[in-house]
Write a protein that binds this ligand. Sequence first.
Ligand code: MRU
Length: 324
Amino acid sequence: MGLVRTIDWQDDHIVAIDQTKLPGEVVVLEIFTVEDLVDAIQRLAIRGAPALGVAGALGAAMAVVGAPRHRDRDLAALRAARPTAVNLAWGVGHVLARLPDGEEAVLAAALALLESDAARNRALGERGADWLTTRVEGPIAVQTHCNAGALACVEWGTALGVVRSLHLRNRLRHVYVDETRPLLQGARLTAWELAEMGVDHTLVVDSAGATVLARGLAQAVVVGADRITANGDVVNKIGTYPLALAAARAGVPFLVAAPESTIDPALASGAEVEIEVRDGREILGGLPDTPTLNLAFDVTPADLVTAIVTEDRLVAPAAGERPA
Ligand code: MRU
C-alpha cells in the first residue's frame, strides 16, 4: 500500500483504487468524466474525507479543463455527490478560487493538493503520537472505527497516521478495529491496511466497542472525521458517538485526527450538519423489505472529544477549546 496512491492523476484523468473491491481484489479505476467520478463517490469506490477533498479538487479541474460546456452542471453534481464530509465541496471551492488565473491554474492547485496530502497526514500523525505518548505510559493499545487510513486519503492516513507514527516509535501494542457496519470499512479496509503495515490487530463487532474499553483493552480511541464544526463537535462514521461515550466512561482519551480542511468554521455545531442517509438495502442485506434509517454518520459532542490534532495544531474541545 505504501507505494500505491489511493487516488492520483495521470495525464488527463483520475486513477483510484476501487474500495468496494477490497480486500479481495485491488482494482484500479480510470475516471475520465465528472459523471463517472460522482458515481464512484456515491457508491463509495472513492471514500474518506481527505480522499474526497482531493477528488473534489481533481474533479473540478476536469470540469473546468475538459468539458467547459457542462461546467456548471458538473460542478454542482460534484459538490453534492455526498453531503456530510466538508472536504468534498471544500476541494472544489479551493481550486475554483484559482479560475481567474486560468484553467491551468485550477489544475495546478488540484495537483498541489494531491501532492501535499501525505505531508499533512504525517504532520498530524506525529502530533497525535506526541500527545498520546505524553498521556499513556509504555506501549499503547488503541481502538479505531471505520477507515481513516491511507485508503481514506492519498497516502499515509489520519487516525492510522497516528497509529503509523506510534508503530514507527515502537510505542504501539495493538489496534482494536471495529468492523463498522454496514459497509465494513473497518473489517475490509482498516484490518487490511494494518496487516500490510505489520501491526498487531483484532477485529471486533461494533457492539463490542464499549466492552473493549470497559475491559481496559485499549488506552485510547483514535478516529478520523468528516466534518468538525466551529464548537468542536465531530461528525464521523455512524458508531463513533457511542464509542466516545464509552471512552468517557472508561476514562480513556478520545482523539480525533483530521486535516484543517475538515474543520468547517461556517457551522456552529453538529446539529447543523447534513447527515447522509443511505439506501436501506445496504442494511437489509437480502432481508424482506422493512423500513430503515440507514444513517451514515453521527455527531460526537465537543465535550466528549479530548483532543483534535491537525497538521497545524492541537485543540482540546473537552477542555473548552474551539477549533474555530
Ligand atoms: O462513508 P465513508 O467510508 O466515506 O466514511 C468515512 C469516515 O467516516 C472516516 O472516518 C472519515 O472520512 C475520516 S477519513 C480520514
